[in-house]
Design a protein around this ligand. Structure first.
Ligand code: ADQ
Length: 461
């Protein structure tokens, strides 16, 4: 990068071991290679919000954290971020919960983060803001006199016009976005949603396919599909405990799902499809074992407690109905596992099941592919609604709302011959290797550099 230092800001600063959020995994890898300062929430609730950032050693780049009071955490994070923005961005306005104090808390926390950052910023910093919790940050920094380059990357889908219109004050979202020099998205779908929402709600026409004039400012737009640290993950999987020994522990071919327990991930839908598989293909009984790993998140939000109850209930019912003395159809683990163990489980699973109803990208799809043994790879079943489906067409791409189609895909995957599995896997692996997390951050930062060079130019509409 030809400009100054890279400053990354994200909701959560990774301080602990074994982080399970995709954003954390992706950014940690990206920052290792680019150097710079990473600012984020410490994870600590404070009695009184402190007036300075706390710096942490022990990483190959600078890390600085802020705390939040419980009230701020409740309104900014659980409230506006995860009870309003998350459901709207995932097409679930029906699960949103709008309260005026959520929006106030969201604005207040973003303003405070800008205050805390200000003394540590240099004029030539390139600031890269991550995700939906921090949409207003650029506007707050601009108010405080920051004129340097600021980019944003959205890890989740951008809402179309109907979901944007369901936000409490949709015009404010576009005002927040207008202060960035570059807006990055996971998939073309998101960029199109932004253009369409701006056109319908704000009467704004895009300028070609990659820029837009918002509030009198020029904003560049781009698609940058996030990847994983592919080489490291492949190595991790090769070093995992040997496959034959693990196989005897399960006795059947394994199908694996790995997700945060979130209503966007389509877990009940895949349980129902699995039940249809067992019903329609009795030869699969005792031959397929479904392992679902899903650590609960955001349990203070009611919709997340509901999804936990629903999935536990379904798994219990299916197990009660189909289990034999020697075999349990679904094993459901509510814990985060170390990456090394996860890599080994992916490698021995004959089917990787990634069936979100909406998903920015989905890194599990890429991890599953990277972990396979190339001479005897497993089959990826992938929802067409994951951003990953744009580039991973050699998976069995399915509609997760249709349990019959999904059950058939499971049966096809169980029976797929080694030649076809190898052909599909080779194509998928090529994409995951070429477009890894290093490629993602380098491509984004190049575009941010170009945006920096173009700043100040007046564009006539
Ligand atoms: P997430 O919604 O968290 O991320 P995802 O992309 O699947 O979804 O990433 C999850 C990550 O957490 C993966 O690396 C996975 O291995 C890990 N993980 C999940 N369950 C785990 C468990 N039980 N134990 C250990 N690790 C676990 C958001 C967006 C996605 C987008 C990412 C990155 O919602 O669409 O792909 O950010 O941009």
């Amino acid at each position: 990068m030809s400009g100054g230092r890279l400053v990354v800001v994200s909701n959560r600063l990774p301080l602990g071991e074994n982080p399970s959020g995709g954003l954390v995994v992706a950014l940690e890898d990206a920052l290792k290679t680019s150097g710079g300062l990473w600012i984020g929430f410490s994870g600590e609730a404070a009695q009184v919000a402190s007036d300075h950032l706390v710096f942490h050693d022990g990483a190959s780049f600078g890390r600085a954290s802020f705390d939040l009071t419980q009230a701020d955490f409740d309104s900014y994070y659980l409230g506006f971020s995860n009870s309003v923005l998350w459901p709207m961005c995932h097409g679930r306005a029906d699960l949103s919960h709008i309260l005026p104090e959520y929006l106030e808390g969201y604005r207040r926390v973003n303003a405070r983060i800008a205050d805390l950052m200000l003394p540590h910023l240099r004029p030539d910093d390139r600031i890269w803001v991550q995700d939906y919790q921090l949409f207003p940050l650029a506007a707050e920094l601009r108010k405080r006199g920051v004129t340097g380059t600021i980019g944003h990357f959205l890890h989740i889908p951008f809402p179309g016009p109907a979901d944007c219109a369901a936000l409490p004050n949709p015009a404010e979202l576009f005002e927040w976005l207008s202060h960035y020099d570059l807006l990055g998205f996971q998939a073309q779908r998101d960029l199109s949603n932004l253009s369409e929402s701006a056109r319908q709600l704000m009467d704004v026409e895009p300028l070609g396919h990659d820029r837009m004039r918002l509030g009198g400012r020029l904003v560049r737009l781009g698609v940058f599909p996030v990847g994983i640290d592919t080489a490291a993950f492949m190595q991790e999987a090769r070093d995992a405990p040997d496959e034959d020994r693990m196989r005897t522990l399960t006795g059947a071919q394994m199908m694996i799902g790995v997700d945060r327990l979130d209503y966007s991930k389509g877990i009940p839908q895949r349980f129902r499809a699995f039940q249809i598989l067992l019903e329609n293909h009795p030869d699969m009984i005792e031959r397929i074992a479904f392992l679902q790993i899903a650590p609960p998140t955001r349990e203070a939000v009611a919709a997340y407690r509901d999804i936990r109850e629903e999935t536990e209930h379904l798994a219990g019912r299916i197990n009660g109905e189909y289990a034999t003395i020697n075999w349990t159809p679904i094993r459901f683990i509510h814990r985060s596992l170390p990456r090394r163990i996860l890599a080994g489980l992916y490698r021995q699973a004959h089917i990787g099941l990634v069936t979100p109803l909406a998903d920015g990208m989905n890194l599990v799809a890429k991890e599953y592919v990277a972990a396979q043994n190339v001479t005897n790879p497993g089959v990826l079943i992938l929802s067409r609604f994951a951003g990953a489906a744009d580039t991973m067409q050699e998976a069995l791409v399915i509609n997760p709302h249709d349990p019959w189609e999904l059950a058939e895909a499971m049966a096809i995957a169980m029976r797929m011959g080694a030649n076809e599995r190898r052909r599909r896997h080779a194509a998928l692996l090529r994409d995951v290797v070429e477009h890894d997390v290093g490629w993602w951050s380098a491509t984004y930062l190049d575009a941010l550099e170009q945006a920096a060079a173009e700043r100040g130019q007046v564009v006539d509409v």
